[in-house]
Design a protein around this ligand. Sequence first.
Ligand code: NAP
Length: 251
Amino acid sequence: MGAFSGRTVLVTGAGSGIGLAIARAFAREGARVLVHDVRDASRLAEELSGVFLQADLADPKEVEALGKEAAAMGVDVLVNNAGFQHIAPVEEFPLEVWQRMLQVMLTAPFQLTQALLPGMKRRGWGRILNIASIHGLVASPFKSAYISAKHGLIGLTKTVALEAGPHGVTVNAIAPAYVRTPLVEGQIQDQAKTLGIPPEEVAEKVFLAQAAIKRLIAPEEVAELALFLASEKASAITGAVFPIDLGWTAR
Ligand code: NAP
């Protein structure tokens, strides 16, 4: 028996990085995990004794189908985690990439909230956790779509928190700085090439320049915060944004 025995948790983008750590953490605590990803993650779902749900969140129709399928399984905790990065100056940012990023990281969480909130309200208990970013709170150059989506996701978090609060449902956002995941490893390699410096120096000089604690965050550290926010102990916390950022936004 774990703290989440009897609970069903949907984690989007659960095949990799932060989503993977969150899915593992909830499974360890006894939850039935609905493992969503765009690529096949059926082996992971099997390993976690969960259920694999495949959908491309860039396609609103696929998100709608995912929401319906998940709602039929009775989701108690929704973790909107899937995301990706694209870096370009705003005047060169391709419109189709902008639209895709907004769809995956803002509209899909909105659609899944629409699909799953009614069941949570009916059961009188629910948790929605939106994985935002420090870039939901502050900006950096060349990440216009990502930063707009993440700022929007925090706005969605606060609005739904107000609507859902009277029904036993809390809605919060987590705002990590750089977490060691495939998404960040890719950015380290790209920046090393662009700047002509070794990858280790990118982490130290570029990514950690703003941080008080000079290391990357482990995905498991984000997962522990997610577990806490989904727990009974956090039932008074809603509409809030939790930086886990090594002091990045303290400056
Ligand atoms: P990751 O390792 O790349 O994992 C992201 C997951 O989302 C992958 O499984 C990916 O699938 C999936 N995904 C991407 N596009 C999708 C789509 N169209 N439909 C369905 N699934 C899709 O990245 P991560 O670092 O764990 O990031 C997870 C979340 O944390 C993101 O929202 C990110 O913005 C946020 N975040 C990350 C950091 C960080 O430093 N890593 C910091 C702050 C916030 P594929 O691999 O198949 O594309």
